[in-house]
Design a protein around this ligand. Structure first.
Ligand code: ZN
Length: 407
């Protein structure tokens, strides 16, 4: 058992974790970051009575995806628990995966048949419109329901992308991650045959082969999408739930499927609600707050605007969040943590490896070290710089949920 799990004790103290996705940034205007440019009177006040610092999501110099970024914050070593491409894609379209599922990412492609050979001429079928993709998936779903003992579940993604899940009547093995992608990566070549190492992987590879053949048969007269390439065979990683690991009854409030998927991987309860604004999320939080020990509230737009390079919009989202801070504080969480899952600097228009600001509000902090909640100011804080996986034990400690270690 992990040390932190062995030291757990129960109490009524609640923890609220707010993740502003891609929060960390670099100078955008007049040498200032969006957090520095934003007018945040409530955060400015809160930060003075909070512990501050920075976290390294995965490892020094490593740029994480949102998957590893969140796993780290949740205290699951992201280098150990890797989430396969198929699983991530499935979570991204909102599919709930079971222990019995193999998830695979699919691409519609265009092929030609030359002297009995299949030759890929477009690996993305001209990036067909998403609407066209939906029609194809509906058609294929009607005609491919089961292959051998696997139920076939199809779900369209954006443009040429889709997800296929083979659902077996028994738990599946990680062996399937040895199965190669069938995408030859270049045009003018034949798709590769799926091959796996191990008995179960071989079986899944055979099912995948039959699936590709069926798709080719059903779409033979369709243009331009007349074939399927498969990538990222993967299974849901086996990991202890939040309740097993931390003794916390936990919930997730998020608007994007991928984050709900990540939260469901660690066993958080997904709260359903209408709307997609910060206000909608906070209204939802107020309703469910009394029912949980731990709530993870995810705000996506900070990352989206970082990816767009739109620092002005990122500033606005930070200000909007700031305006709701008094409502969060009125819930009187024993511990409130505000951070991001990684940095998404506007000037890079992508995720980055830069450390991410963290704030922990509890009665047991020094505080008074940072004037504002910004990339520069939090460097002065008492938390210093730490790996994200150490965040959860600190939050538990601040909530009085960890016993002394040793006599
Ligand atoms: Zn992210």
């Amino acid at each position: 058992m992990e040390l932190v799990t062995s030291l757990l004790k129960k109490n009524e103290n609640k923890i609220l974790l707010v993740v502003l996705d891609g929060l960390g940034d670099l100078p955008c205007k007049d040498g200032k970051t969006p957090l520095e440019l934003a007018n945040t009177p409530n955060l400015d006040k809160l930060v003075k009575e909070s512990a501050t610092g920075r976290h390294i999501p995965v490892e020094f110099g490593i740029t994480p995806g949102s998957g590893p970024g969140h796993l780290g914050i949740f205290g699951y070593e992201p280098k150990k628990y890797t989430i396969g491409r198929g699983v991530l894609e499935a979570l991204g379209v909102g599919l709930e995966l079971k222990e019995t599922d193999v998830a695979i990412r699919g691409n519609f492609a265009t092929v030609e048949y030359k002297n009995g050979e299949v030759v890929v001429i477009d690996r993305r079928a001209g990036r067909i419109p998403t609407e066209e993709n939906k029609k194809l998936i509906a058609y294929l779903s009607e005609h491919i329901k089961k292959i051998d003992d696997a139920e076939v579940i199809l779900h369209s993604g954006m443009e040429h992308r889709f997800v296929v899940v083979f659902r077996f009547p028994y738990p599946v093995s990680e062996e399937v991650e040895t199965i190669n992608d069938t995408d030859p990566q270049v045009v003018g070549k034949s798709p590769l045959e799926p091959v796996g190492k191990g008995e179960f992987a071989e079986k899944v590879a055979k099912i995948a082969k039959k699936f590709v053949e069926k798709v080719a048969e059903l779409l033979k007269d369709n243009k331009p999408a007349n074939y399927a390439l498969l990538r990222g065979f993967s299974v849901k990683p086996k990991m202890p739930t939040f309740e097993e690991k931390y003794g916390l009854k936990s919930a997730c409030i998020a608007t994007y499927p991928m984050y709900k998927g990540l939260a469901s991987l660690v066993g958080m309860e997904l709260i359903k609600f209408e709307g997609a604004t910060i206000k909608d999320e906070i209204e939802t939080l107020k309703k469910v707050w009394k029912d949980f020990d731990f709530v993870f509230l995810h705000i996506k737009k900070t990352d989206s605007y970082g990816e767009d390079g739109n620092y002005e919009a990122k500033v606005k989202i930070i200000e909007e969040f700031d305006s709701y801070l008094p409502e969060l504080l009125s819930l009187k969480p024993a511990v409130l943590c505000i951070t991001g899952d990684h940095s998404t600097p506007c000037k890079m228009k992508s995720h980055s490896w830069h450390p991410v600001p963290v704030l922990i509000k509890s009665p047991y902090v020094l505080g008074g070290l940072s004037e504002r909640f910004t990339e520069r100011e939090v460097i002065k804080g008492e938390l210093g710089m730490f790996y994200a996986i150490h965040l959860m034990p600190m939050l538990l400690a601040h909530a009085g949920r960890l016993k002394k270690f040793g006599a």
